[in-house]
Design a protein around this ligand. Structure first.
Ligand SMILES: NC(=O)N[C@@H](CC(=O)O)C(=O)O
Length: 431
């Protein structure tokens, strides 16, 4: 899947540094330096743009098989490319659930056929996400999809013994369990964050402790069996504190935060607009501040979108009936610029670590998340941080429209995305 055509990227600022040129040929970065000779290559004007390694999303819902009305592997991977991603990990809560070698191979093949980004299926931890019996983790790991990330996302592996067994099992092939930390008994019927806003609106609350208790338990379990744990979509200040403590003990834990939890707060529920209904729920301004700090100081390792497309009939209904989840792929980099870069908390090298290098490492995909250097695979994102745009869900590549940023002015624009030297996005347009 390499392009024989050669591209000369002219005047890009690699990780925000001085303008330089990059020559992409045969799927690799052939040369880097100012004033390179085009020598027949197609020139891409990148004046003012930042060049980043292609982004990697460890947490995407592509909905295929089974919910093709919301998204398909093809539409979701086009949305990923438009957001600057060259690889995504597709969550297992499809229909049928990705809990067998057959289903993960199907998703992996669909990703290759679409060709917009690498699609790495996540395998379910338990059969049918039911939390009763381990799925065939080894067979998924051995399949052509080479699954290394396992998650019941959407559901918590709440049984401590099953979680222990899963953590032990994946050690054999260097896998990781990505936990959706939500104590089910503490969140029965929950509709939004438990706090002053839920009290005021009379909606059943979702306490922070339901997330924090599972994270604390799982960190201790992972330490006990010497395995890798990844915590999905961390959303509370207490969770950041627990992960910081676990890392200080030497526990092999990594964690992600979503763009929406870095920006949006629970008072948005006062609109009763279900576009703001999400799992885990939007929290308070104090939580947002702690999440930003945690991402800046490395307690939280990565940004992952939790892109969760839903058809309009699942969202344009009353709050209590609405599906949980929001789009994320096509706005993630803008939200990270707004919340982390423009605030001085992160530089572009820090963004590249948290949105490319480290997620690729956690997911064990060695060809992605590589530095922009000669000889490396030509996975490159060109991003104009000086542009601004008003978010229009109707213009998105995703099949769904449930973006919480609709009508909001956000900084930045992805100009181009290259997957192994082949442009998937050029001039801001899907190729
Ligand atoms: N993050 C979400 O709000 N939704 C996810 C699954 C889930 O975590 O509930 C989805 O698949 O829609």
């Amino acid at each position: 899947m390499t392009d024989t055509k050669r591209y000369l990227i002219r005047g890009a600022r690699v990780l925000g540094g001085e303008p330089t040129d990059l020559l992409l040929a045969s799927g690799r970065i052939e040369a880097i330096g100012p004033g390179l000779d085009a020598d027949g290559a197609e020139v891409v004007d990148a004046a003012g743009a930042i060049a980043l390694p292609g982004l990697v999303d460890l947490h995407t819902h592509l909905r295929e098989p089974g919910r093709e009305d919301a998204e398909t592997v093809a539409t979701g991977s086009r949305a990923a490319a438009m957001g600057g991603y060259t690889a995504v990990f597709a969550m297992a809560n499809t229909d049928p659930v990705a809990d067998t070698a057959g289903v993960v191979e199907q998703v992996w093949r669909l990703g290759r056929e679409a060709g917009y980004c690498d699609v790495h299926p996540v395998g379910a931890v338990t059969v049918g996400l039911r939390g009763e019996q381990l799925a065939e983790l080894g067979a998924m790991a051995d399949s052509p999809a080479r699954v290394r990330v396992f998650s019941d996302d959407g559901m918590c592996v709440s049984d401590a013994l099953l979680m222990r067994r899963a953590l032990e099992y994946v050690k054999a092939f260097d896998g990781v369990i990505a936990q959706h930390a939500q104590e089910p008994r503490l969140t029965e019927g929950a509709q939004m964050n438990e706090g002053v806003v839920s009290d005021r609106l009379g909606l059943a609350g979702w306490p922070a402790v339901a997330e924090e208790a599972i994270i604390a338990r799982d960190c201790l379990l992972a330490e006990h069996v010497g395995s890798r744990l990844h915590v999905c979509h961390v959303s509370t200040k207490g969770s950041v504190q627990i992960i910081r403590w676990a890392k200080s003990r030497g526990c092999d834990v990594t964690a992600e935060v979503t763009p929406h939890h870095l920006l949006l707060t629970d008072d948005l529920a006062e609109s009763y607009d279900p576009v703001y209904k999400v799992n885990p729920p939007l929290r308070t301004a104090e939580d947002v501040e702690a999440l930003r700090e945690g991402l800046a100081d490395g307690t939280i390792d990565i940004v992952a979108t939790d892109h969760a497309p839903h058809p309009s009939e699942a969202k344009e209904t009353e709050w209590s009936q609405a599906a949980m989840g929001m789009l994320g792929l096509e706005t993630a980099l803008s939200v990270v610029q707004h919340t982390m870069v423009d605030t001085g908390l992160l530089d572009w090298a820090g963004v590249a670590q948290r949105m490319s290098a480290v997620p690729a490492r956690i997911g064990r995909v060695p060809g992605q998340g590589r530095p922009l250097a000669v000889g490396e695979p030509a996975n490159v994102t060109l991003y104009d941080p000086a542009a601004t745009r008003v978010v229009d869900p109707a213009a998105m590549a995703s099949k769904s429209r449930n973006s919480p940023y609709a009508g909001m002015r956000l900084p930045g624009r992805v100009l181009a995305t290259f997957l192994r030297g082949k442009p998937t996005v050029l001039d801001g347009k899907i190729q």
